[in-house]
Write a protein that binds this ligand. Sequence first.
Ligand SMILES: Cc1ncc(COP(=O)(O)O)c(C=O)c1O
Length: 390
Amino acid sequence: MSPPLKNIQPFFVMEILNRAKELERLGKDVIHLEIGEPDFPTPAPVIRKVKECLDQGQIRYTPAAGLPELREAIARYYRERYHLDLSPTRIFVTPGASGAFLLLFGMLVADGDRILLGDPGYPCYANLIRLFGGTATAIPVGPETNFHFTQALFVENWTHDTRGAILASPSNPTGTIVSRETLADLLRFSERRGGFFIADEIYHGLEYAAHSPTALEFTDEVFVVNSFSKYFGMTGWRVGWAVVPDTFVEHAERMAQNLFISAPLPSQQAALAALSQECREELDQRCRSFAERRDFLVAGLIQLGFAVPALPQGAFYVYAECSAFTVDSSEFAKRILEQAGVAITPGKDFGAHHPERYLRFSFTATIPRMGEALTRLQTFLAQDRSARAR
Ligand SMILES: Cc1ncc(COP(=O)(O)O)c(C=O)c1O
């Protein structure tokens, strides 16, 4: 095994998913609240457009940075949504946000570099940083800071060998949004230290109170990642984008050529259609459904005795504390799947900061299905309580 490969952790949620699939093959009904994937289908206008393109044989390479008309449409999206003028030359279309991370970490991380990330957080960051020879320094964050970095945490943890930081807002697994003031402070701090800052904005558009600010509102010297997977609901199309500072455009072009030549053309056409006004109205309606689901699930979990220390402000996750029931959320999640047929993700997928206390519930199922999940959990908890009392 190559040395970097030794540092790559699997997704533990896959264990849950595989077992859930096995139970389904055996005829058991499983309610899926474990996966970070919207349950809505790709909007119909997107499918129509891609069918047309396929019929015309549009299945070739594109320029490495992406279809020019898609890069322009993304720039327009920034104008409409954030009132920002962004040059399309700074936008790189990638195979999902995951492709954007490869592009950015490939440009920015060298052997021995220390990169700061929040714990709990999205697990791929640390694995990819290690793949490029860097050290991922996980900083514990909790409800007291809305599960985000603060400037004080940067001051405390930014050492001479720190090269940068990455932050997702709204966050996975907590759905919390970093405040405008804190984001501005963090950007100023990393710029003063000559470090890079990557803002993972993949859950933008799925917000239930105030909109998340984009890091690009504060500075052009920032790397922003986004994707068509979440708000646009197009996980399997594998298309996302990165915005880079002007001085990195040429490097990014070279990296993109070598890493993936181009994102798939049918997916880029799909992305272009998804940015149309017609689709956006449907997507915003979906966002309102997610808001209703969030309120339903949070209230139901609290009623059952879970704690929700930070209300999700965006994304589609509830990071619920289960210490009232167990000291080991992984074992608990496995038992819930086996006995109640409800699949959820244990905290251990998101880091080492008290993962045993937390479970992540995705509200990517309908309200009736989540209602059924809550009923099953109630029965499970009652049985568990009486088994423990015996
Ligand atoms: C915070 C975060 N960033 C990036 C990704 C990867 O997204 P994509 O499907 O665009 O590669 C995910 C997927 O769950 C995520 O939660």
